[in-house]
Design a protein around this ligand. Structure first.
Ligand code: GLN
Length: 193
């Protein structure tokens, strides 16, 4: 199995370290060619407007959409979750639009925007440490989206088919549960190309 980590801006190295710890082969993705043979792709945190601009400029926007359409597994964290959403607010902006959800950028306000919480998930019995950094909020999800964790009644970890999104940063903690979940999605699917 081979996983790609989008490496055009943001905290892609932390995801790579996590994959290394899990003993998974990975490549940094910067061009459409880098997607060849991948079982899954991680869209890291960073600045979603910058990511979207660079995705369009490099041709990756179309290539990632194609990968998703062919059944490749995708996992977006924070800015990556914004890219995954069908609708983005505050301000409205372009996204890859792969998951049936509405996301509000920088939704927690100045005081609450960056913080660490211990919250329950549907993935294991103990709560998980979740690091929020100028996090977006998932305002609404469609019927096909499974909510795996919430903060204040709003989803923070969601799954739809072979796609996952987290509004926090699982790559910044020691716990590998969430990445392992994503690897399971990637492993269960067919290679997209
Ligand atoms: N605030 C960023 C955005 O709106 C996301 C922050 C992050 O990825 N840590 O794009």
């Amino acid at each position: 199995m081979k996983i790609g980590v989008l490496a055009i801006q943001g905290d892609f190295e932390a995801h790579a370290k996590m994959l290394e710890r899990l003993g998974v082969e990975y490549v940094y993705v910067r061009t459409p060619e880098d997607l060849k043979g991948l079982d899954g792709l991680i869209l890291p945190g960073g600045e979603s407007t910058t990511h979207m601009k660079l995705l369009a400029e490099t041709g990756l926007e179309e290539a990632v959409r194609e990968m998703a359409a062919k059944g490749g597994a995708l996992f977006g964290t924070c800015a990556g979750a914004i890219l995954m959403a069908r609708d983005v607010k505050a301000p409205e902006q372009e996204s890859l639009g792969l998951m049936d959800m509405t996301v509000v950028r920088n939704a927690y306000g100045r005081q609450l925007s960056s913080d660490v919480f211990l919250l329950p998930t549907k993935l294991k019995s103990e709560p998980l440490e979740m690091v929020f950094i100028r996090a977006p909020q998932i305002e609404k999800v469609g019927a096909g989206v499974k909510v795996l964790a919430e903060r204040d009644g709003k989803p923070v970890l969601v799954e739809q088919g072979r796609m996952m999104a987290a509004t926090f940063h699982p790559e910044l903690t020691e716990d590998t549960t969430i990445h392992e979940r994503f690897l399971k999605l990637a492993r269960n699917g067919k290679k997209p190309g």
